[in-house]
Write a protein that binds this ligand. Sequence first.
Ligand SMILES: [Zn+2]
Length: 306
Amino acid sequence: MRDKRIKLIYFSLKGSEVKDFALGWKKLILFSSMLLVILTLLIGAGFSLFTDIYENTQVMSLQKVNESLITQLSVMRSSIDQIKSQVSSLEGDDDERRMIAGLQAVGEDMRLTGKGGPEPDYPGDFDLFPKEMRDEVIDTRDLIDQLNSKITLLKQSRKIVSETLTKKDDEVRHLPTIYPVSGGRITSSFGWRIDPFTDQRTQHRGIDIAAPKGTPVYATADGIVVKVIKSHNKKSYGKYIVIEHSYGRKTVYAHLNKITVRNGTHVKRWEKIGEVGDTGRAAGDHLHYEVRVADRHENPTQFFFQ
Ligand SMILES: [Zn+2]
């Protein structure tokens, strides 16, 4: 009969005696199983310990990254706040310039709602963020959007202001705002008067400025000389000039002694165009000066800039 036992040879450390003892199959399987379980547990525990250490290191590293990100976010936020205050200052300047240009100031409501440029796209899942951090990120993002819109609006406004001021400047340069003779005095004003030649009540269509013969006469605004008449008719304006300014305005300078411009000459305000005289229907040396707006005679004194 086959022996179901196996023989194990055991060497004692103490001596070299050989003990011969036998184990049954069942005991061996049980013993091996237990050993396997213990080994598995030990490996498991070791792996778990290693994983724990690894994970702890990872968590600590991520925490440090997080802290650093929060610090960076806070630094960025204060930089953005500085930009915000600079934008506010620019908005103040813009409102001032708009006022000078005669444009309405842009209200804060308009500046906040005035969207400019495409809506920015922010990828990423904010739900993964801790609430505080999420709020901070969303707040900062909204602030950047807001500043973006404000800057776009400022750029648009600057363009409009610039265009308006250029137009205004052009308009002002063509407005007859200066006195055409320096040092003269008004001897006859605009409106109804007794005509010195006929003693009749007639309308005086300009103003008379008395000044010595040869006193320079200046163009009262930028424009083009459209008429140069040198009449010797004693009932006329004598030697006279008509300057056309833009916006339907014309000025007339009559009874001149001398004319120093030609028909078609472009003149600037303060440019000498002639000299005071008494040509035509004049009782003495004086300049008869008229302002016409859309071919209607206007009182020239209302244009003089005080
Ligand atoms: Zn007159």
